[in-house]
Ligand binder design. Structure first.
Ligand code: URA
Length: 215
C-alpha cells in the first residue's frame, strides 16, 4: 500500500517578514515530509526590489546541493532566455512553488519526482510570503506545476502560455513553459523552436517592465 502524504504542520510564516527572516525560518520548515528527503530548503533569490518574479516547480539536484534556485541546467536555459529577451538578472527574483527537492533513487542518480497537491499546498505560503514582501509587478509561472498551483488545476500552459491572466497574486501574471521542457526537446530543431517561443513569451514581460521604467 502506498503511504498517504501527511501534513505535519502549517508553514511557520513569521509576522511582518523580510526576505532574510523568511529564508531563515523556511530553513527549518517541516510542513510536509519533503524536508526528510531534500538536503536543505532552497529559498528564492534576487533583489527585494525586483520587478519580476519567476516561479519554478522545485529545486533540482544541483539546486538541492547548492541551496540556490535555478543554478543547474534549467537555470542555464532560463539565464540564456532572459538575456535574449533583454531582461536583466537584477530585475528578477527567482523562486519555486515547492522549496525542497523531491526525488527517488535510480541507480546512483537522484531522479526528479513531481510534487503532489499536499506538498504544493503546504509550501505555497512561503511563495505567497515572498510575493507579499517583494511585491513584483510581474509574476511569471514556469511550467504546469507552478501555474496550476497558483492559478488552479484547470489552467493549461499549452493553451494559455504567453498571455496575461487575471489573478490577485500580482498586477501582471503570465505562465509559460518550464525551461527544463526545452532541454527535453527530442532534437535540435524542436529545441531551437521551443527556445524561440520561450524567449518570445519573455519579450512580452521585457516590454512591460521597460514601460514601467519609463512611466
Ligand atoms: N527547476 C525548477 O523548477 N527550479 C529550480 O530551481 C531548478 C530547476
Amino acid at each position: 500500500m502506498t503511504k498517504r502524504p501527511t501534513r505535519i504542520c502549517a508553514a511557520p510564516i513569521p509576522d511582518k517578514p523580510t526576505l532574510p527572516v523568511l529564508r531563515a525560518v523556511a530553513a527549518g520548515c517541516k510542513a510536509c515530509d519533503l524536508w526528510k528527503r531534500g538536503t536543505q530548503t532552497v529559498f528564492g533569490e534576487g533583489s527585494p526590489a525586483a520587478r519580476v518574479m519567476m516561479v519554478g516547480e522545485q529545486p533540482g539536484d544541483k539546486e538541492d546541493l547548492q541551496g540556490r534556485p535555478f543554478v543547474g541546467p534549467a537555470g542555464a536555459v532560463l539565464d540564456k532566455a532572459l538575456a535574449a529577451a533583454g531582461i536583466e538578472r537584477k530585475d528578477v527574483y527567482v523562486t519555486n512553488i515547492v522549496k525542497h527537492f523531491k526525488w527517488e533513487p535510480r541507480g546512483k542518480r537522484r531522479l526528479h519526482k513531481k510534487p503532489n497537491a499536499l506538498e504544493i499546498s503546504s509550501c505555497r505560503p512561503w511563495l505567497e510570503a515572498e510575493i507579499n514582501v517583494v511585491k513584483p509587478q510581474v509574476v511569471v509561472l514556469l511550467g504546469a506545476t507552478a501555474a496550476q498551483g497558483m492559478l488552479g488545476s484547470q489552467f493549461r500552459v499549452t493553451m494559455q502560455r504567453g498571455q496575461w491572466v487575471k489573478s490577485d497574486i500580482a498586477p501582471l501574471v503570465m505562465a509559460t513553459v518550464h525551461p527544463s521542457s526545452i532541454l527535453r526537446a527530442p532534437d535540435d530543431d524542436s529545441r531551437h523552436e521551443e527556445m524561440r517561443k520561450f524567449v518570445a513569451d519573455l519579450r512580452i514581460v521585457a516590454t512591460q517592465i521597460k514601460g514601467l521604467r519609463a512611466a
